[in-house]
Design a protein. Structure first.
Length: 138
């Protein structure tokens, strides 16, 4: 299952060339990931109540086309689960006509807020919190 949200580019998010500032792509990616978690039935309060919080360890953007003020972009969010303490999230930024604008790939985990270390089984922790774990690929 691939989750996505639609976002309209706002004028104040542009750089001096008139296209979406590169840092804003990260913000759009964060927004889509939180909305995906919310759709799975997970809230920030749920996470914090169990003593964990999500952390980003790496984030890479590959740009294909520019976005300008007023453009609408669909930002997808696909969680990719593996073994160990980390997970990947693959995100695609796509215009309404289907044209790929950018790809954002992140590596993250769940931080034990007391121990300040990544938890050993992030998928298990997410699954336990989610009302609809299929939204995050579990």
């Amino acid at each position: 299952m691939t989750f996505s949200v639609r976002i309209e580019v706002r004028g104040y998010e542009l750089d001096t060339q008139g296209h979406l500032n590169n840092a804003v792509y990260h913000q759009y990616g964060d927004h889509a990931r939180w909305e995906c978690l919310r759709a799975a039935g997970i809230s920030v309060d749920d996470l914090l109540a169990t003593g964990v919080g999500p952390v980003t360890l790496e984030s890479t953007i590959r740009f294909h086309r520019e976005l300008r003020a007023g453009d609408e972009v669909e930002v997808s969010c696909a969680f990719i689960w593996g073994e160990g303490r980390t997970l990947r999230v693959a995100q695609r930024f796509t215009r309404q006509d289907g044209e790929l604008v950018a790809e954002l790939t992140s590596v993250g985990g769940l931080l034990d807020l007391d121990e300040r270390r990544l938890v050993d089984d992030p998928a298990g922790r997410w699954r336990a919190l989610a009302g609809n774990p299929a939204v995050i690929g579990l």
